[in-house]
Design a protein around this ligand. Structure first.
Ligand SMILES: NC(=O)c1ccc[n+]([C@@H]2O[C@H](COP(=O)([O-])OP(=O)(O)OC[C@H]3O[C@@H](n4cnc5c(N)ncnc54)[C@H](O)[C@@H]3O)[C@@H](O)[C@H]2O)c1
Length: 255
């Protein structure tokens, strides 16, 4: 099989839904071998089975990214199956939308734990294995909300700003090992994370209109439009990129 990431072994967290799932489909089509992980077991298994049925190589493992010991097991299982890990995509994430003055420490910690600790744990478990194989590419899902604020999303913004700077610092530290580390900053994208939040909000339609109006292109993005950027960062086409912020936001942060 030939493709833009032919033969690369890609580990994706949060792979059962949204951006992780679409990235898995696009990367498989470009020749990658996949290790898919998520807490959502049934959806993750379904995706791995459908990719396998199409002739791709895909393994699904249940994983909570905040569980340090599980990261060791997942990395080992990936090595046992494929013998290397070329690309890590940290896509598992949660939104969290409490008003700041009402936020409990537990709610704050929950968002930071999945979005920031999970990314840290993944990088720390996988980077040594990548280094042994001569290097690789780490792709961290941050957000436009890691670059600009949004009322009602303080924990999420803090976590995604943390992912941005974790990416830059580790890009410097891991470059001598041949590992590139970049962050992706999507605008609002039509995935279950966004559609469920709008569905649950009292003023969901109003919020949708407001969100759309903040994107210069006048719409939300599609998962495919983020997955295309992720394929680029996973491939050797981005071989001179590290510590960079790939903003794919329909012009949201241009204002
Ligand atoms: N959709 C957007 O508009 C948008 C915008 C900017 C950034 N992002 C980021 O992109 C990433 C993917 O978002 P999405 O839109 O695909 O969301 P999604 O809700 O569709 O998918 C997220 C996946 O992460 C999994 N997950 C949640 N907590 C987990 C945990 N502790 N361990 C393992 N898996 C866990 C969920 O089960 C789910 O399958 C997230 O990090 C999100 O913050 C999304």
């Amino acid at each position: 099989m030939s493709g833009r990431v032919s033969g690369k072994v890609v580990l994706i967290t949060g792979a059962a839904s949204g951006l992780g799932a679409e990235s898995a489909r696009r990367l498989a089509a470009e020749g990658a071998h996949l290790v898919l992980t998520d807490m959502a077991e049934a959806a993750g298994q379904d995706l791995a089975q459908s990719l396998t049925a199409q002739g791709h190589q895909a393994l699904f493992l249940t994983q909570d990214v905040t569980d340090e010991a599980r990261w060791t097991e997942v990395a080992r299982a990936a090595m046992d199956r494929f013998g290397k890990i070329d690309v890590l995509i940290n896509s598992a994430g949660i939104s969290g939308s409490e008003p700041f003055l009402e936020m409990t420490l537990a709610a704050w910690r929950q968002v930071l734990s999945v979005n920031l600790d999970g990314t840290f744990l993944g990088m720390r478990a996988v980077a040594p294995l990548m280094a042994e194989g001569g290097g690789g590419s780490i792709i961290n899902l941050s957000s436009i909300l890691g670059k600009v604020g949004m009322a009602g999303a303080s924990a999420y913004c803090a976590s995604k700003g943390g992912v941005l700077m974790l990416t830059k610092a580790t890009a410097l530290e891991l470059a001598p090992l041949g590992i590139r580390v970049n962050s992706v900053h999507p605008g609002f994208i039509e995935t279950p994370m966004v559609t469920n939040a709008l569905h649950e909000a009292e003023n969901g339609n109003e919020m949708r209109d407001l969100i759309i109006s903040r994107h210069a292109l006048g719409r939300m993005g599609l998962a495919r439009e983020i997955a295309d950027g992720i394929v680029f960062l996973a491939s050797d086409e981005s071989s001179f990129m590290t510590g960079a912020e790939l903003v794919i936001d329909g012009g949201y942060t241009a204002a």
